[in-house]
Write a protein that binds this ligand. Structure first.
Ligand code: ADP
Ligand code: MG
Length: 328
């Protein structure tokens, strides 16, 4: 099978909302009047972001999920994406499963594949997503990293640490009971981007980011860009660890200290971390209900730069948690 048959077979569907989809030199997109485009790219590299033997359906899902997560963090509505793919060889069973996982998530979010590039080479998947954000009275409604203000609350959606738990299990550093492994692995391999929540938080959240490298590291980006600091209550963070299955963690040899490390710095959670004025607490919870995504308040923004962690008694914790950095 040649390059063009491969594209036609696995990656071409009739254009839906796009003015022009796959098949010409460019795709054509028409953002709705009164909106601007939000654009983001993420690359997944074998051996770096996934294991060679990962389920191709899950990989198709995750490649798009990590991109949709960036749109979510900006409060953007998904519109379309492009796919640049390097493949070592044509493996039709692999391609069929990969495109199925990719399109299942794309369809769930009304996000259309409009083009890309296909080449032979070490397995590498690069997606660029395009989303829409309203502009009201000349002002973009996008959620940015720069809007946090002293006194704002700090929130995180969903749960934290599950993906890291699965990663440790796959690396063989912890042994998990089958139920817990399946649940954690789902979070690692098929994360659910918080797209509805991001849009519901427009006009309410003062700043937002998606948690890809670990809560603390990603929150620091907000603090740095907003020129603020923050204080987090670890007693509130530990509650977010693997809701529903946490009682299994100690039996698998994962003590409270490790749970905390996974939650604070685990990476690959794809939750949203965001800030909002204390006066907006009810609005935040209403947005969470509307998006059917739980959110938890875990701390507050301070004028003092830096990130402080408090223990259950309100005392300052000295321990440092490193988050993920490709070049560290
Ligand atoms: P060009 O050489 O003009 O860049 P290509 O021959 O690479 O075009 O691609 C032909 C068409 O197929 C283009 O519309 C391109 O966007 C699309 N395409 C290529 N690879 C993919 C892919 N992996 N997924 C979706 N569309 C693709
Ligand atoms: Mg090309």
């Amino acid at each position: 099978m040649g390059e063009f048959d491969l594209i036609a077979r696995y990656f071409t569907r009739p254009a839906a909302r796009a003015a022009l989809g796959v098949g010409d030199d460019c795709a054509l997109l028409q953002p709705a009047p009164g909106t601007q485009l939000a654009i983001s790219s993420d690359m997944l590299v074998e051996g770096r972001h996934f294991f060679a033997d990962v389920d191709p359906f899950a990989l198709g899902h995750k490649a798009l999920a990590v991109n949709l997560s960036d749109l979510a963090a900006c409060g953007a509505k998904p519109l379309a994406f492009t796919l640049a793919l390097a493949l070592p060889r044509v493996d039709e069973a692999w391609l069929a499963a990969f495109s199925k996982g990719l399109f299942a998530l794309a369809d769930a979010h009304g996000c259309e594949l409009v083009g890309g590039d296909t080449t032979q080479g070490p397995l590498n998947i690069c997606i660029t997503v395009f989303g829409e954000v309203p502009v009201l009275n000349g002002k973009s409604q996008a959620l940015l990293r720069s809007g946090a203000r002293p006194g704002d609350d700090v929130y995180v959606s969903g749960t934290l640490g599950d993906a890291r738990l699965a990663l440790e299990a796959l690396r063989g550093t912890v042994a998990l009971p089958p139920d817990l492994l399946a649940q954690a692995r789902q979070r690692l391999e098929q994360p659910a981007p918080r797209v509805a929540l991001g849009q519901a938080l427009r006009g309410i959240a003062s700043a937002a980011i998606d948690v890809s490298d670990g809560l603390l590291g990603d929150l620091r980006h907000i603090l740095h860009t907003s020129k603020t600091g923050a204080t987090l209550e670890t007693a509130l963070v530990i509650n977010l660890v693997a809701a529903g299955s946490r009682s299994d963690w100690p039996t698998a040899g994962i003590d409270a200290e490790k749970q905390m490390a996974f939650a604070l710095a685990g990476g690959d959670d794809y939750e949203l971390a965001f800030t909002a004025p204390a006066l907006a607490r009810e609005a935040v919870q209403a947005a969470a209900r509307q998006a059917q995504t739980p959110v938890s308040r875990i701390g507050r923004i301070d004028a003092d730069p830096g990130l402080r962690l408090l223990d259950a008694a309100g005392a300052l914790l000295e321990r440092r948690y490193a988050s993920f950095d490709h070049f560290a």
